[in-house]
Design a protein. Structure first.
Length: 155
């Protein structure tokens, strides 16, 4: 795989401490700005103190971003779920889609994905890590048009 090849990497991490809505918004604004600069697209989910994120873009840039995330003191237990070369981008136009699952009423969760009630702990995804990508894509599909990338995406 060359440095320019498209790479998709999905990981889970645990928050180092409580995360307020304001802190999530600040993280999202920063990620969107940096990702736009670097040609990285993706989706970020937050649930119960855990993050799940898909990053896609040029291999070298995604790997560099992931190394920074692994060193970021806001994250603990950063675990790669799946890493692969996709045929194309799943989140084209989304510098960073976002959903705070804790804010989605339980009755609405069922219509998004059967994987949504699964814990975001790495062990919950170890047997079938590709299901994480299916969950992230489900949020993309619920929210549709990539022009929504200019604000937090709530399902």
């Amino acid at each position: 795989m060359s440095a320019d090849d498209l790479l998709c990497l999905v990981y889970i991490s645990r928050s180092a401490g409580p995360v307020s809505d304001d802190a999530l918004l600040a993280l999202l604004v920063q990620a969107r700005s940096n990702n736009a600069r670097d040609g990285i697209t993706g989706m970020l989910l937050y649930k119960g103190g855990y993050f799940m994120q898909a990053l896609e873009g040029p291999n070298a840039l995604v790997q560099a971003l992931y190394r920074r995330i692994c060193l970021d003191p806001r994250h603990r237990d950063v675990t790669t779920l799946i890493k692969f070369q996709p045929d194309g981008r799943a989140f084209d136009g989304w510098t960073m889609g976002f959903a705070n699952i804790d804010r989605i009423p339980p009755e609405q969760r069922a219509g998004i994905s059967p994987f949504l009630d699964q814990d975001f702990e790495p062990a919950s995804w170890a047997e079938a890590p590709h299901q994480a990508m299916r969950l992230l894509r489900a949020f993309r599909d619920v929210n549709g048009d990539s022009t929504q990338d200019t604000r937090p995406v709530e399902a």
